[in-house]
Design a protein around this ligand. Structure first.
Ligand code: SF4
Ligand code: SF4
Length: 110
């Protein structure tokens, strides 16, 4: 059956984590100083905004409970949320009630 809804829901990809830079192994075997050298300012700001992001899904399952079409499932292995877009009718309830504001309603490509 051809889909007629004009938009679908999705979880944005979580921001990527950046590991702190480390000293060269050849250099650090010669002393007992810290291995990690710490972030420079822009790296620190990026990491801080990632940690404090309010749009990250916490897998609370509210969307799963609220969906009238039962098309949201949680992967038990990873805990991640999936939307079955074949059954989603784009009501937007999941996006409205998500306590983290983590669900985007995205217009489908024509
Ligand atoms: S309601 Fe929002 S935070 Fe909770 S599981 Fe669904 S998408 Fe994630
Ligand atoms: S609550 Fe509505 S918009 Fe969200 S997945 Fe279910 S049917 Fe789609």
């Amino acid at each position: 059956m051809e889909r007629t809804q004009s938009q679908y829901c999705r979880l944005p990809e979580p921001p990527q984590r950046h590991d702190p830079p480390e000293r060269d192994p050849n250099e650090r075997i010669q002393d007992w100083n810290e291995v990690e050298v710490g972030y420079v300012k822009n790296q620190a700001e990026a990491e801080a905004s990632r940690c404090l992001s309010s749009i990250t899904c916490t897998y609370c399952e509210v969307c799963q409970l609220i969906c009238p079409d039962m098309c949201i499932t949680r992967d038990d292995a990873t805990g991640r949320i999936f939307f079955d877009l074949e059954y989603c009718k784009s009501c937007g309830l999941c996006a409205h009630f998500c306590p983290k504001g983590a669900i985007d309603m995205v217009r489908e490509a024509q």
